[in-house]
Design a binder for this molecule. Structure first.
Ligand SMILES: [Zn+2]
Length: 421
């Protein structure tokens, strides 16, 4: 496949640039990037004139089956919402419901430019079934917790082991994490078990971490220590994906710097649930890796990573009263290469580079009524972050395969998914 005449987003020496380049994809990899590549006979050619060609967006924290909970949160707080609304309903969910809700989210992601998602849920074999059919790239898990007793906890561990042991070893689109729900919902016993599983299978840990103020005290009560020390006690030496990290004191950042971890920043969910604003400007300055996530649609509204990029950039102005805060270029990296690093996949995805897997999206910036917000398009990068929406994505390619072209999703039946949902 050849993608011609596009405005390509490339990363060079920590900078983000827009260059007129052609990209050749052979099998599932980017094989050539150059000015004016010649067309080979029988090659699929995509003309990207008046389009931006960029790395696919990486959503580093979501609960994709939670599309079913969109619109359930209003005027509550995180713990009340979880304990009184979400958890009781989740207890009654069926595998088929999770499957159909997952398919809706897959459609939402493919059509808004997300090419890889890090999921955190249960009925994970049904989630995997939907992901494999649609050819999405994803990291999945079976969430662990033991706040509701020993028996339930054992079942979850067994479900995780079964999920991992029954994986298709030839399918490298699907990777796995070990996921204790949070340090406030998991005792030392299950955290120790999570450490053993992650070590045995060589997998990262994916855990909710310091999302809200109540969590700080709950963790102290349950573990007799502060969150970063609990994290260090159980997960030192493992790669850890921390979802949220809103409530980090300066002393917490110092501890995190000694661990192999990074932050999945979920700005819309944090704002929606009233969890305040994570100081991502400071985290990045301190050398922590920060990537972006949407969280589930119940708290995060939707899976449109362009919306998340815009809010992630804007809200730093709410806590930093000067220009010394993250730039649009930082935000583009947070949504792509930083996400790949956070998932431990940066040797494969996250940037448009020769030898990487072809996870690429093409965004329409032509002079049309739909794109009137972009005019005059003097700064493509700024416009991508602040004036582009998921629906401006016209083509989504994952692992060298076209999942959506000219906004027609090819891999799953849109009408059927909407009907079943
Ligand atoms: Zn979450």
């Amino acid at each position: 496949m050849l993608i011609k005449n596009g405005n390509v987003i490339v990363f060079e020496n920590n900078d983000v640039k827009v260059k007129k380049l052609d990209i050749r994809i052979k099998d599932n990899e980017i094989s050539e990037i150059s000015k004016k590549l010649l067309e080979n006979p029988n090659e699929k050619v995509i003309d990207a004139t008046n389009k931006v060609v960029m790395p696919g967006l990486i959503n580093t924290h979501a609960h994709i089956a939670m599309s079913i909970f969109r619109g359930t949160f209003e005027g509550s707080d995180l713990y009340t919402w979880l304990s009184q609304k979400i958890w009781p309903i989740e207890d009654k969910l069926t595998g088929d419901e999770v499957y159909n809700a997952t398919n809706l989210s897959i459609l939402e992601m493919i059509s808004t430019g997300t090419t890889c998602v890090n999921d955190h849920y249960f009925f994970s074999e049904r989630i995997r079934e939907a992901l494999e059919k649609s050819k999405m790239r994803a990291m999945i898990t079976r969430v662990l917790m033991d706040s509701d007793g020993e028996k339930a906890s054992e079942n979850r561990i067994n479900e995780f082991i079964k999920l991992y042991e029954t994986r298709d070893k030839n399918n490298d689109l699907i990777t796995y994490s070990v996921a204790p729900h949070g340090l406030y919902t998991c005792t030392g016993k299950i955290l120790e078990k999570a450490r053993m599983l992650a070590t045995k299978y060589n997998l990262p840990i994916h855990v909710h971490f310091l999302e809200s103020i109540d969590e700080i005290e709950s963790i102290k009560k349950l573990h007799g220590d502060i969150a970063v020390n609990v994290l260090k006690k159980y997960f030192d030496g493992l790669h850890v994906i921390l979802a949220h990290g809103v409530k980090l004191a300066d002393s917490d950042i110092e501890v995190l710097k000694t661990l192999d971890c990074g932050i999945s920043h979920n700005p819309i969910s944090n704002l929606r649930l009233g969890c305040k604003i994570a100081d991502t400007t400071k985290y990045l300055e301190e050398g922590l890796n920060v990537a972006l996530g949407t969280d589930g649609q119940g708290s995060g509204n939707n899976l449109d990573m362009f919306e998340t990029m815009k809010i992630a950039g804007l809200i730093q102005g709410g806590i930093h009263e000067n220009e010394k805060r993250i730039s649009a270029k930082d935000v583009i990296k947070m949504a792509t290469i930083n996400g790949a690093k956070l998932l431990g996949l940066d040797d494969k995805i996250g940037s448009i580079e020769k030898g990487k897997k072809a996870d690429i999206i093409i965004v329409d910036i032509s002079k049309t009524l739909d794109n009137i917000k972009l005019l005059p398009n003097v700064d493509i990068i700024s416009n991508l972050v602040y004036n582009t929406e998921g629906r401006n994505v016209d083509t989504t390619i994952i692992n060298g395969e076209i999942l959506m072209e000219n906004r027609i999703v090819r891999v799953i039946d849109t009408k059927e998914v909407l009907k079943k949902f």
